[in-house]
Write a protein that binds this ligand. Structure first.
Ligand SMILES: [Zn+2]
Ligand SMILES: [Zn+2]
Length: 474
């Protein structure tokens, strides 16, 4: 009985783990590596196992760094089922199709360049048709129901509160009367976040794989974050410009809509027109609206009240390119929520080009901005940003809201682990080395919990778990 860590060791993206018994192979996650060009090229590599030999795939949630290589897995021969929450299946339908579409578009661009240089042409990583084909293997499950997916393999999904449908995965493996329970935290949500419930505590396990994205950071409190929003909208009220809010299409866009809706009067939003300018965010919003029963208590109350269930009267969805381009003519009074979240692509770039050089405009940054992105340049106070190779002056006021995160912070992670009554050994995954190491230190100091940071390609003998934690420290 074995666990192989095939991704997200010492990094945040590319989640992939393989569980093996003498006659079964279960793949947990099949995520895309994201980041530098070199990282992304690695997505084309062979899988470190034969896709045809895998019996089942289980997915914790829809984010591309967990699900994005599934169409490739199917194209390369995987024929078994893909289990995940129903809402995850619906979100994957939106996200994987979009990823396939972007892959095709990118390949066309790249090949145009290559043709001019006389270089060999490339194939897209996978196509929209590949994505659609992989969707046929999806089996949507519900939370909290334990079920056998293969002889000797049982699973249960528990709400992780990270994005809609996100799950903590419990796996029970049985082989020759030996039983082991492995828990995969998936991505753990931020307690108190809008719409979703808090991550479920799990009582026991033989081994835990835990994410550590923010293992070295604390988020600002929710009341402070809402106060910050309120202050920013008060500041903007006097200016005669537009407000741009870059946002990831799935998760962040829906949280923003929810907050704007909930604080509509208090933040004086009736004087604005609000645009959700992202076809993918619009589709993801309809998936979110379909699963009202998964919301937290506050969101469910709003959901039950027909008068408040309707979104803001001044909210407009802009689906087509023409509708989006029409926003270019609006000089003031528009709040535009658009992706990409780090301003590296998508419609937000056009809105920046039209607004960021005007001092009466505002940009509200609500998410993590990686080094090297246009979003990061804005946060860092750049006086110029480059859009399509052209320098554009930044005269708009840039506001940064720190507390809106879809991930648990350091204390949240420690508290979630505290739910285990038996202090099981922990392997930290899904975190940069600095974050994972800081979290390991805190956990070891506080309770001398048995914690190690995952190493790439680490193999763990599940029948001999405590042993594995010692050599990893060396
Ligand atoms: Zn995620
Ligand atoms: Zn993730």
């Amino acid at each position: 009985m074995q666990l192989k860590i095939l991704g997200a060791a010492g990094e945040v993206t590319g989640s992939c783990y393989l569980l093996e018994t003498s006659d079964r192979r279960i793949l947990v996650e099949c995520g895309l590596k994201q980041g530098s060009r070199q990282d992304e090229e690695a997505n084309r590599d062979d899988f470190p196992f034969d896709p045809e030999s895998v019996d089942a795939v289980v997915l914790t949630h829809g984010h591309i760094d967990h699900s994005g290589r599934l169409p490739l897995l199917v194209r390369r021969g995987y024929r078994g089922p893909i289990y995940c929450h129903r809402a995850t299946r619906d979100l994957c339908q939106v996200m994987l199709r979009d990823a396939g579409f972007l892959n095709e578009k990118e390949a066309v661009w790249e090949n145009r360049k290559r043709e001019r240089k006389g270089l060999q042409l490339i194939e897209p990583l996978y196509t929209m048709a590949d994505a659609e084909r992989s969707m046929e293997s999806f089996h949507g499950l519900v939370y909290d129901r334990r079920q056998e997916i293969l002889p000797g393999v049982e699973i249960r999904l528990r709400d992780a509160g990270h994005i809609l449908g996100s799950a903590i995965l419990e796996v029970w493996l049985t082989e020759q009367n030996q039983k082991r329970k492995i828990v995969f935290s998936g991505d753990l949500g931020h307690r108190g976040a809008p719409i979703l419930k808090d991550p479920k505590r799990i009582a026991g396990a033989d081994l835990v794989l835990m994410e550590s994205t923010y293992g070295d950071r604390q988020h600002r409190s929710w009341p402070d974050t809402l106060e910050e929003f309120s202050r920013i909208f008060a500041d903007c009220a006097a200016s005669r410009g537009n407000i741009l809010i870059p946002a990831f299409a799935v998760g962040r866009s829906q949280e923003l809509l929810y907050l704007l809706n909930r604080h509509y009067r208090e933040w004086g939003l009736d004087r604005w027109r609000v645009f959700l300018d992202s076809p993918m965010a619009i589709q993801a919003t309809s998936v979110y609206r379909k699963y009202g029963h998964l919301y937290d208590e506050e969101a469910r109350q709003l959901w039950r009240d027909p008068a408040r269930r309707r979104l803001m009267p001044n909210l407009h969805y802009t689906r087509t390119t023409q509708q989006s381009m029409r926003l270019n003519t609006i000089r003031s009074g528009a709040i535009i929520v658009a992706s990409s979240g780090m301003c590296t692509g998508g419609r937000i770039k056009h809105h920046l080009k039209n607004n960021v050089w005007r001092k009466e405009c505002h940009v509200i940054i609500t998410g993590f901005q990686a080094a090297g992105t246009t979003g990061r340049a804005l946060v860092d106070g750049a006086r110029f940003i480059r859009l399509w190779g052209e320098a554009v002056r930044v005269a708009a006021t840039v506001h940064t809201i720190g507390g809106l995160s879809a991930h648990a912070d350091r204390d949240g992670l420690v508290a979630w682990y505290g739910g285990f009554e038996n202090h099981p050994p922990v392997i930290l995954v899904h975190g940069e080395p600095r974050a994972a190491t800081a979290l390991r230190e805190i956990m070891t100091q506080r309770n001398s919990d048995p914690v190690v940071v995952a190493r790439p390609r680490q193999e763990i003998d599940l029948l001999n778990i405590p042993d594995v934690l010692r050599p990893a420290q060396a």
